[in-house]
Ligand binder design. Structure first.
Ligand code: SF4
Length: 227
């Protein structure tokens, strides 16, 4: 991803999406093989390849207060929103929205979470943009790369639901996990009001090595994705 701000300064990664990221959990049960946050957590000895799946709420971050920022705030960027951490997510979302912030909620969505977020934050609808991560319309592909995350049908149901409830919606196909991008876009586009982001997995083999993924099949599939 690459974008240019008013200052003509190029920005990359999540800075294209938001002026600030808010995170409050260490670890992620989705355990994606290509996860950058997992790579960083292992490299800086905050987590191991095995215990990354265990989500730990960081109380200090939960207790922070938030001012109104100029520009959108992305939540989260280094973990995900799951049924296990939903109550903590509510606490942070409530503070951000009450301060008047525009919020970008980025997630491989669980229906339970999206349903409750839409219900609880209905009156803040205009401040919320959902961005659902969907890298394939094939659940077996998603299961292979993102073993703890939801299947395609559940993510699509979340997209349809948020759209029907009148929230702004967008989709991130970054990383795209197969080459059937046209098929995927055809399915999702009727339910997207904002944008669709498409990109490849970066530094896949290096990242997988740090993340403890070294089986032959994963390495072969990673090479196929980089052809
Ligand atoms: S959902 Fe995001 S944070 Fe969680 S393991 Fe996958 S890439 Fe990492």
């Amino acid at each position: 991803m690459e974008n240019v701000l008013k200052s003509n300064k190029k920005v990359f990664g999540t800075k294209e999406w938001a002026v600030k990221n808010v995170n409050f959990i260490s670890g992620c049960q989705h355990d994606c093989k290509y996860c950058y946050s997992k790579e960083m957590a292992i490299r800086f000895r905050r987590k191991t390849p095995d215990n990354w799946k265990k989500e730990e709420v960081r109380i200090k971050d939960l207790e922070k207060n938030y001012k109104k920022y100029k520009g959108r705030i992305m939540i989260p960027s280094s973990h995900d929103i799951t049924p296990v951490n939903l109550e903590s997510t509510f606490i942070i979302l409530n503070k951000l929205l009450l301060s008047g912030n525009d919020v970008l909620i980025v997630t491989k969505p669980h229906f339970e979470c999206i349903n409750k977020i839409c219900e609880r934050f209905e009156k803040f609808k205009k401040q919320i943009l959902f961005r659902f991560s969907i890298g394939s319309n094939d659940s077996s592909v998603l299961k292979f790369w993102e073993p703890g995350a939801t299947d395609f049908q559940e993510r699509l149901n979340c997209l349809k639901f948020a759209h029907k409830q009148g929230f702004e919606t967008s989709v991130s196909c970054e990383p795209m996990l197969d080459y059937k991008i046209d098929d995927l876009i055809k399915i999702i586009i009727p339910f997207v009001t904002n944008s669709i982001w498409i990109g490849k997995a970066n530094f896949l083999l290096k990242r997988m090595k740090t993340n403890g993924i070294n089986d032959k099949i994963s390495i072969e599939k990673a090479k196929e994705l980089h052809e």
